[in-house]
Design a protein around this ligand. Structure first.
Ligand code: F0G
Length: 364
């Protein structure tokens, strides 16, 4: 069955509710690759960099790890419908698993701010899609109040079953490294659900004794959507909100929901929170794409963050670093085509060349 092939449910004793295979809503998901790419390591200045590619999940993002568990739980409790707010990946994943589970789905996304691939998936998988005239933070507020009023099961990452499933990524990384933990794990950070999940997984691994020390976490935000990085720099004196703006629409979030949990995780792992410019995100993405790996813009923030921390002397150039890639290259074709457009002066641009349909023109 799908459940037996799932890289999430194989850790069910550690992180998941105890259900039989037949009750599990799975594609399957997880079991994603860990790549070593010399050119990306060189770009980042981190010689032992590895890339954990969670864009290789069935809907193309890490969200599937949590959604298989959330929809399994929704079916267990007999939910009449499920809902989420999203910048696009959560909605695509929710729509896919809700369809599998046979439960109606309602999604709230910011109008005209969701990457094309994600919106296409959400519609295609059959979720009722509301294009809200507002930003992600408005969507989250609305879905929280709306789900309660309408009696709909909420599956944003404030749902503990989502976080439970997302823990499997860290366990998978540790196992792929033969339980010899890296020095650092870097990940993009938006609503801070995954940062919370990674911390919980490290806590579980340590408590079980499968590792004797835990890596430090590096959470990376886009500079135009970096309230958590700002909070970190201020010693987390107070919770910050910003009006978010970034090319990495997946993490265009100004008021992260899991702030308190993520803060505890950063403190526990002696972690760091930083931010990177849109230009650096796009350059990191171009380097990752050109290495034959590929990812969406938000994903590349992890690698751009590693480069910044190496340059600032926080991460040693020979440290063992795993950077998480959260989404597939095809999620945001618009950003890609813009970057490589004819006339582009971007550092790694690869503009197409339009030619007449003749051999002479092609030879020229
Ligand atoms: N990377 C990608 C590709 C994402 O889609 C997200 C979040 C993140 C990183 C950040 O993870 O929110 O747990 O800190 N996307 C959510 C969504 C908000 O609706 O798809 P986080």
């Amino acid at each position: 069955t799908a459940a037996r092939a799932s890289g999430v449910w194989r850790f069910r004793e550690i992180v998941l509710p105890d259900v039989g295979d037949d009750a599990i809503v799975s594609q399957p998901e997880g079991n994603t690759p860990l790549f070593r790419r010399e050119s990306v390591a060189q770009w980042a200045g981190a010689s032992s960099l590895l890339l954990k590619h969670d864009g290789h999940n069935p809907s193309g993002s890490f969200k599937d790890r949590g959604m298989t568990v959330a929809l399994t739980q929704a079916r267990r409790i007999g939910a009449r419908a499920v809902a989420c707010a999203s910048t696009g990946n959560t909605s695509a994943s929710l729509a896919m698993y809700a369809s599998l589970a046979g439960i109606p789905a309602l999604v709230f996304v910011p109008a005209a701010q969701v990457a094309l691939g994600k919106l296409a998936q959400t519609l295609g998988y059959g979720a009722r899609t509301l294009l809200v005239r507002g930003d992600f933070d408005d969507c989250l507020r609305l879905v929280r109040d709306g789900a309660e009023r309408l009696g709909i099961y909420l599956v944003n990452s404030v749902n503990p079953f989502r976080i439970a499933g997302q823990q499997s990524c860290v366990l998978e990384i540790l196992q792929q490294l033969a339980w010899n933990p890296p020095d650092w794990i870097a990940l993009p950070a938006g609503n801070l659900g995954n940062t919370s999940a990674f911390g919980a997984a490290l806590r579980a691994a340590k408590a079980l004794g499968v590792v004797d020390r835990v890596p430090r976490l590096l959470a990376v935000q886009a500079a135009g959507a970096a309230p958590f990085a700002r909070g970190f720099r201020e010693g987390f004196a107070e919770r910050r909100r910003v009006k978010a703006e970034t090319v990495a629409t997946a993490i265009k979030i100004g008021d992260p929901a899991s702030w308190d949990r993520a803060r505890r995780v950063i403190e526990e792992t002696d972690g760091i929170v930083t931010d990177v410019s849109d230009a650096d995100i796009l350059e990191a993405k171009a380097a990752i794409d050109a290495a034959g790996v590929g990812c969406e813009p938000a994903s590349a923030a992890s690698v751009a963050g590693v480069r910044r921390m190496v340059a600032e002397g926080v991460i040693a150039p020979d440290a063992r670093v795993v950077a998480l890639l959260t989404g597939h290259v095809l999620k945001d074709p618009g950003a890609l085509v813009d970057y490589h457009a004819p006339g582009s002066t971007r550092p790694l641009a690869n503009a197409p060349v339009e030619v007449d349909a003749s051999l002479d023109a092609i030879a020229r």
